[in-house]
Ligand binder design. Structure first.
Ligand code: ADP
Ligand code: MG
Length: 448
């Protein structure tokens, strides 16, 4: 079989596979900035931003990468790494050295370029760009609200990474994390440090501020952070699932601050925008799908862009599973169980994840949520927490609730532990990626 694809194309496909197999932080740190350089004989050369990355990948992920490539070109491949100065979409600078890892790592997928603009989000998109070109001047704060999965986090992170590229010092935090960090800072008597972390920046981005509703102490603290930044013309941008006034039990002085700049919403996308988004995502995944198939998906999923993308993944995964080309017929079959927007947050929900975890660990749902603490049950529970955090938008406390009333701190700890263990233990990594693949293919239906 002759492979007509170029090395960059093959590598893009391999990255697609690897993205499912390794955890997100790992992927972004080590793989996201690599490129396919050459593919000659059976030798594939991968361009990496630094020797540090080359050494890490060589030591830890060589066989995983070779397997992914072998699967794509259908013959055995050996890899080598070459340190390249420039990156494809880079800014012509050297890659950030590892000691800068404490800077917020924005999801490289969430850029202005990859954001599809339609009438539903045009205003929010322009405002977000305005904030980057004129920080602290035009709209301060910028407040973006809208339903789940409509691109709020995407835009907020696009603001962050663009501002960072302009050498601004940016802090990005989810309101829930801000709350948890404050609680810990108070407990550890480190409030001064906490203060400085958020009051020393040029731009503060807070995601999901509806979470401040009813949290009196945090809201009070955030109020002061807000004022200090705002008074010195530093840019603030906020997102929320509802407008400021509708955030329950939020002090009036805070909601009026939130309204003091520009408040703009993102609406659900119309059919054309949904189709444009699907085309774009299919292109990114290097998958050729016919117009019919894309229209079918766009018709079925209307409320949520994450679900739209999830359905696309599901169709692609299903096609791979049955080893067949994607026809409208096959797409319809793959989407059958989803039933359009009736199933909230399709395709992957905490319930489906827990279902997949108990099946793979041979436990029952009540064991997973219960108090048993033997090694297997504890590990399964941590994997479930990790996957829910990774695959859904649930907050730490929501995840804790799903798993039988664990605290956000427990969930956060579990997440970090599994994220780390997964890089060290190939067997755990395999187990987790198997669950992720089953989820993408939709093989678990709810039993909870
Ligand atoms: P929210 O924060 O509003 O819940 P996200 O920003 O997390 O939603 O978006 C959910 C998913 O949909 C992300 O993968 C995001 O990249 C994608 N997405 C949302 N809006 C768009 C858009 N206009 N163009 C491309 N992708 C989008
Ligand atoms: Mg979000």
């Amino acid at each position: 079989m002759i492979d007509n694809r170029t090395a960059p194309q093959i590598w893009e496909a391999a990255l697609g596979e690897l993205q499912i197999q390794v955890n997100k932080p790992n992927y972004h740190t080590w793989l996201a900035k690599t490129i396919g350089l050459t593919y000659l004989e059976s030798r594939f050369t991968i361009g990496v931003p630094s020797t540090f990355v080359a050494e890490y990948l060589d030591k830890n992920q060589r066989s995983l990468i070779e397997k992914a490539l072998t699967g794509i070109v259908r013959r055995e491949v050996k890899i080598e790494f070459l340190v390249t100065e420039s990156r494809p979409a880079g800014r012509g600078e050297k890659a950030a050295p590892p000691h800068q890892a404490s800077l917020p790592l924005f999801n490289p997928k969430y850029t202005f370029d990859s954001f599809v603009v339609g009438s539903c989000n045009q205003m929010a998109f322009s405002a977000a760009q305005g904030v980057v070109s004129n920080p602290g001047k035009t709209y301060n704060p910028l407040f973006i609200y809208g339903g789940a999965g409509l691109g709020k986090t995407h835009l907020l992170q696009a603001i962050g990474s663009s501002a960072q590229a302009n050498n601004m010092k940016v802090a990005y935090v989810r309101a829930e994390e801000y709350t948890n960090q404050l609680v810990i800072a108070i407990k550890d008597k480190k409030t001064e440090e906490f203060r400085n972390r958020y009051r020393s920046v040029d731009m503060l981005l807070v995601d999901d501020v509806q979470f401040f509703g009813g949290k009196t102490q945090t809201a009070e603290n955030f109020f002061h952070t807000f004022d200090e930044l705002h008074n010195s013309n530093r840019q603030i941008a906020l997102t929320s699932d509802r407008p400021p006034k509708a955030i329950q039990a939020l002090e009036a002085r805070l909601s009026s601050r939130f309204e003091g700049g520009l408040v703009t919403d993102i609406e659900t996308p119309d059919f054309e925008t949904r189709l444009a988004i699907l085309k774009d995502k299919a292109k990114q995944k290097e998958t050729e799908l016919s117009g019919d198939v894309l229209e079918l998906i766009a018709l079925q999923i209307q409320q949520n862009i994450r679900a739209l993308e999830g359905s696309l993944n599901r169709v692609i995964a299903y096609a791979r599973l049955v080893r067949s080309a994607v026809t409208p017929d096959l797409a319809a079959r793959a989407l059958k169980d989803i039933g359009g927007d009736e199933t909230p947050a399709a395709p992957v929900t905490p319930k489906l994840i827990m279902e997949a975890v108990v099946t793979n660990f041979q436990l029952t749902p009540s064991e997973l949520r219960g108090r048993k603490r033997d090694e297997i049950t504890a590990l399964a529970r941590q994997v479930a927490m990790y996957l829910i955090r990774q695959e859904t938008d649930c907050s730490l406390s929501e995840i804790g609730q799903e798993l039988g009333g664990r605290t956000p701190a427990t969930v956060s700890h579990a997440y970090q532990k599994i994220a780390e263990d997964i890089t060290n233990s190939p067997s755990l990594r395999r187990k987790v990626s198997k669950i992720q693949q089953e989820l993408a293919a939709g093989s678990h239906r709810r039993k909870f």
